[in-house]
Design a protein around this ligand. Structure first.
Ligand code: ATP
Length: 528
């Protein structure tokens, strides 16, 4: 699927349903109807997300000498975001559909196909007798049959909003509408119903709040924002990190944390949320190294995705053209993944020059230059920023792992659902079963194995139902290994096998026998 528009909604529906059924991800506030654009991770989703964040941290911070970590405050000063350009600049042009009240990003609405634009000039409510002269325009594509009827149906929905839900809108009969060839130049139409959208308006994407009990909401000193990205606290603390650590250019500061954007149109499950986590690195360097390091970071990040189970061939690199890049960026790559809803951005790798440190030096009036001991030069470092979305990567891991395998025989269908997570990402690393719940010795050994493994990895104990069913339950949540304590373990079948267990592999479903004392090293070599 190398085409942006090729989607697989059926697969996506199955994934969303599995996420809820097995406790990966739930809609926030679901009990009360749901909070749009916000998600709660259930027990398995939380483990998966932790595994991703831990691995990113290990690879980005702990296994490198040149990157340090930080954990900044979510509440962010007004002045910081004024300097960064977010206050005033962090806006999207939005258009509203008069019929559904949906707000869509104006720059993301596709061009409408040619057709007939019907403009309805008013309506009457058959219940109350009231009339309105409010107008609504609907563009119906040429290939559609019964164009007028389709447009009238949508228009009636519009007038239902106007008169209220118990009304019965009737369109005006004589001279009640006009029809002209469309689309009009520069006009936007809702791709779902053809309604002419409102003129685009700017909406701030930031969540604003006030600090202090009796704060005046218009006092800039009392205004704070939920940060729209983790990056700004890194830029603002760059000098403190530099001064408190013996580190030289090039070096990076990495952070994982929540960010908030009042996205107008949250969609595609967790892909576009209003509250999400980012995994960002600001890598400070000499100006002449910026472009080279941008390419190097792109490679490093691609390797990372391959290591966590997102293959290179499912990733697309978009080299953002000059005209579409932020004005201060000299190079930006978007790393995109083939989601079932289309090819979409996972991460941006941007060479941001000295823009960020420059605006904060100016805004704060404090010098942020770096002094190079060797060359005796003083200059503002440049920055390369690999900025990844944690929730988007979790979603990519889930989409990539989801598989349905036909195991049926003799014309009987038997579909096995398997989440093929890499062991390092899998929420549960190993499940331990006694073959028979009633066999006390099997239960004792199984519990002992569970206890022995628990300090090292996430283990799940299950003694309910037939063992085949237990395997399937683990397959569906992506547990890579299952251990069964059986009669051989007790030495009842053959004395040679005493003290060994069945180890079953999720992907191949193959089984092998391992001595109990080998389990920990065997698993440790495979699950980290
Ligand atoms: P988009 O174009 O999709 O809105 P962006 O280019 O604005 O994203 P950045 O500001 O570069 O995103 O943020 C870096 C990363 O943070 C993105 O690559 C993405 O993974 C993640 N991210 C941004 N916005 C959201 C969101 N609303 N929900 C989930 N993740 C997000």
């Amino acid at each position: 699927m190398a085409n942006k528009d090729v989607t697989d909604p059926v697969r996506m529906e199955k994934i969303v349903s599995l996420c809820k059924r097995r406790g990966f991800i739930f809609q926030a506030g679901e009990l009360y109807g749901g909070l749009n654009g916000c998600w709660d991770y259930g027990p398995l989703g939380t483990e998966l997300k932790r595994n991703l964040k831990d691995y990113w941290w290990r690879k980005t911070v702990q296994e490198r000498d040149d990157v340090l970590g930080m954990d900044g405050s979510i509440l962010t000063m007004h002045q910081v975001l004024v300097s960064s350009g977010h206050v005033g600049g962090f806006n999207d042009p939005m258009s509203e559909c008069p019929v559904t009240k949906q707000r869509l990003r104006a720059d993301q609405i596709p061009a409408a196909d040619p057709g007939i634009e019907y403009t309805f000039l008013g309506a009457k409510d058959a219940v109350s007798g009231k009339t309105t002269d409010k107008q609504v325009s609907i563009l119906i594509p040429n290939e559609k049959q019964e164009k007028f009827q389709s447009a009238a149906k949508i228009a009636r929905k519009f007038y239902l909003h106007v008169f209220g839900k118990d009304s019965k809108p009737q369109l005006l009969e004589e001279d009640g509408f006009t029809d002209t060839p469309g689309p009009r130049d520069g006009a936007l139409y809702n791709p779902e119903n053809g309604a002419l959208m409102s003129e685009p308006r700017m909406f701030s994407l930031m969540f604003k709040t006030t600090m202090g009990a009796s704060a005046d909401p218009d006092d800039p000193n009392a205004i704070a924002y939920l940060r729209p990205e983790t990056a700004q606290s890194i830029f603002c603390q760059y000098k403190n990190v530099l001064d408190s650590n013996r580190i030289k250019l090039p070096f990076g500061i990495a952070q994982i944390g929540k960010s908030f954007r009042n996205e107008i149109n949250p969609r595609n499950f967790t892909f576009r949320s209003r509250e999400f986590e980012q995994m960002e690195i600001e890598y400070f360097c000499r100006p002449e190294d910026g472009l080279r390091l941008t390419d190097e970071w792109l490679e490093t990040r691609l390797e990372f995705y391959a290591e966590i189970g997102i293959p290179r061939e499912k990733l697309h690199i978009l080299d953002i053209p000059d005209a579409d890049r932020a004005f201060y960026s000299k190079k930006t790559y978007d790393i995109e993944y083939e989601f079932p809803f289309g090819i979409q951005e996972l991460e941006g790798v941007a060479y941001r020059t000295d823009y960020d440190l420059g605006v904060h030096a100016k805004g704060s009036g404090r010098p942020l230059e770096y002094f190079d001991e060797e060359t005796k030069e003083r200059f503002l470092p440049h920055v390369v920023e690999p900025s990844a979305g944690c929730d988007r990567t979790v979603l990519a891991l889930i989409c990539e792992a989801f598989d349905e395998e036909e195991l049926g025989k003799d014309g009987k269908s038997d579909i096995r659902t398997v989440m093929r997570f890499m062991p390092s990402m899998a929420p549960i690393k190993v499940a331990v079963f006694p073959l028979l719940k009633k066999n006390e010795e099997q239960v004792r050994i199984a519990k002992e194995i569970q206890k022995q493994l628990q300090p090292w990895m996430n283990v799940f104990y299950d003694d309910g139902g037939a063992v085949g069913r237990r395997y399937r339950r683990q397959d569906e949540i992506g547990t890579p290994f299952c251990i069964t304590v059986d009669f051989e373990t007790l030495g009842e079948e053959s004395p040679d096998l005493k003290g060994t267990v069945t180890l079953r592999h999720r992907d191949s479903m193959e089984q092998e026998r391992l001595p109990v004392e080998d389990l920990l090293p065997w698993l440790l070599a495979r699950v980290r």
